[in-house]
Structures are given as C-alpha cells and as structure tokens.
Design a protein around this ligand. Sequence first.
Ligand code: PLP
Length: 435
Amino acid sequence: MAESVQTIDEGTESLLDLNEFFFTPTEDIVMIEGSGIYLKDNNGKEYIDCASATFNLSLGYSHPDVINAVKEQADKLIHVTSSYMTNPVGNLVKKLIEVSPEGLSKVHLKISGGSTANEGAIKMAQHYNGKTDVISLFRSHVGQTIFTMNASGNSFRREPFHLGQPGIVHVPPAYCYRCFYNQKPETCGMLCVERINDFIDYASSGQVSSMIVEPILGNGDNITPPAAYFPALRKLCDERNITLIFDEIQTGIGRTGHMFAAQYYGVTPDIITTAKGLGGTGFQVAAIITKPEYAAMEGHHHSFTYGSNLLSAAAAVKTLEIVWEKSFLQNVADVGKYIMKRLWKLQEIYSVIGDVRGVGLMIGIEIVDDENNPDVNLTGYIKKKAFEYGLIMRTSRYGYGNVLKIRPPLTITMEQADELCNRLESCFNQIFRKQ
Ligand SMILES: Cc1ncc(COP(=O)(O)O)c(C=O)c1O
C-alpha cells in the first residue's frame, strides 16, 4: 500500500489523490504559498483570507520578521527541556506580563495549544479555590479535549460520544440580537448575568470553581457583549467566589485593536488564556496568564512536552513586539471600523444581512431569512460563492451557524480592506442579482 502513495515531488494535482488516506479529507484544492493577507492556489488564483487561516495568523502568511526570528533561534537551539531557562522563553514571559492587564503577573507556557491552555486554567482555578464546577456559555468553543469539548457550548460536538457532563453548567451568553430572555439591551439590567445566580443555585453541584468566557464568541456567531456585561460578570464572580477566566484564544493578540479584549472591555479577569495569534505567522504556542495567587499549582500538574517550545517562543516574542506598537493596534481599530461601515451600507441594500457586529477585526455578518430567522443554508451558499470571488470565509459553529466571519490578518491595510469589501459586495450583487 505504501508504495502507491505519491509524494509532493510528483506534482501538486496528484496531491489530492492522497485524500483517500486522510482521516478527514481536505477541500478539493491545493494551496501553494501565502503572503500577508493573500493565499495562492496551484492554479495561480489568489485569495484574501478573511479567516486568517484558523484565526491564528495575526500577522498573516510568512511574516518576514517572525521567520527571521525563528531562523536565528533555530541556528542556536531548537529544543531543551522546559526545566531550564532560555532566552526566548524568558523574553516571552517578560513580554506577556508587559502587555497583559495589570495584576496578571504569572505565566505558564508548558502547554500545547488553546485547548490545553483552557484546561490548565480550569485546573488552576480548581487547585486555588478547592471547588469543581465550571460555568461556560452556550455556543462557546473551549477546546477539543474531552473536558474542554464538554465545557464547550454546542451539543453537536458531544453527540457521538455519549458523555455525561459532570461539573459543567452552560448558561446563555449576551446575544443581544437574539436575547435568550427576550430583553432589550437598553432596559435588560444585564438579566443574562443576573440569571447565572439561578444556574449556580439550582443547576450546579454547589461547588462552582470557575467561569470561562470568550469575550467575543469566536466560533459561536461573533457574539459581542455590550459594555455593561463584563463589569456585571466580574461583580457576580467576586460575590460568588468564582474564578473568572477569559478565553482569549481568538480575541487576544490585537484582534480587537487592544492586545487583549479584557483591555477593550476594561475588566481584568483572574486568568487569561491565549494561543492562535500569539504565533504570529503560524507557530504553535499558547500561554496561561494569571494573578499571582493562581501560580501555586505545580508544573507537573499540567505540562506538555512541546510547551515552552523555543522556536515558537521566538516567534511569539517577535509577534508581541510588532502588535504592541501603538500604530499597529490603531490600524486594527481603524480598518475594523471601516469594514463595519461598508458592511452596514451593504445591510441597507440586502435584507438577508440581519446584523453586523464586532470589535476591531473580529467581525460577524448574521444572515437571516424573510422572517429574520437564522438562514444557515444561505450562509453556507454565500461562503461558497465568496470563494469564487477570491474570498476565504468561514461560518460560525463549524457550519452549523448563520454568521459569516471577517477576521483577516491584522496587518491588513485600508486599501486591502477596500478590496475585500469590493469583492464581497460583488459577490452579494451577483447572488442577489443587483448590478
Ligand atoms: C476561543 C477558542 N478557545 C479554544 C480553542 C482551542 O484551541 P486549540 O485548537 O489550539 O486547541 C479555540 C480554537 O478554535 C478557540 O477558538
């Protein structure tokens, strides 16, 4: 069997034949190279990647400064046990503390990605307060390990596995466009936070340790809570002695025009987890950043071989240096606002756009039918058509949702944003036959 497998040396077309050996086949296309916001396939067609790969290429494809930093480190030392101090890891810890909200002053790097960062944060809270349960949000994506999958707020992920959910309580998020409690944001008094008390009192084991929230729900429909939400949540967690964890795997590293969404919302959680964008141009790295009291958990309670990886740490240090520049974050905020304005204009023309929401370059377009119900099929169709127009888009909830996501690399310029919006507009015009 192995002899019949073709290798990449035999040409790019034949690569797709390899799909028969894949656990999950790829899409029917071969990508060759990328630069900045652009990705090129083997026919020479260029795409704007509105999803920054898997929302992780904060600096886009092949960022030269990050690549150079990694090359330099590779020439010196690629791997050493994380028990020893090294230059890139030491610098990364220092830099992460510098850019994090004040009060978060301990960093754990011995993790392999977002899921293990979140699981580590939950364990740190359990270790700290001696309680067990985790509260998380409907529609959230906490990760793909058995525990983080359970903690995630989507039953379709759990369905094939027949797992119980001990110690996890799911609660509705601040999804104002479709409020679970049928309220209006101007008058609701943050009922969705207030009601969490009921879940704690009636649906938990009575031992709620932590609440983990994505400041903007990334996989789950780009839900962007109003300003009053996080102060109310912080208050509730303080009153109920619950550790507040911000899962900033998607929102962190400049995505909102601030290093962390915590800084945008002006609320300091007890723990922040970050991954994805931290690797800049695609290096695998993650971090848990905590208040000092959470650092009592021993390393051996949560350590992975390729955590604290030296090449990734070098990439992350360079990424943080670039993103931390004021003008860089300002560009994210400005370009994000511009894209939102263009989308609101499109919304005036096309009633299928029910809502446009977001912060910085984390933008969602909610697609609806004539009765304002979520139109998942149409969302998938627009995504497919957009690809023909050279736009790589993703939809929410792994295709189960009705939100198109616009989260390009943060290096996008105003001109490139124009190009992105023009292509999307042409796509809508073609689908809905307006010229
Ligand atoms: C908000 C959020 N948390 C956690 C994760 C899990 O991260 P990873 O895939 O690196 O394990 C993801 C990944 O999509 C995510 O978007």
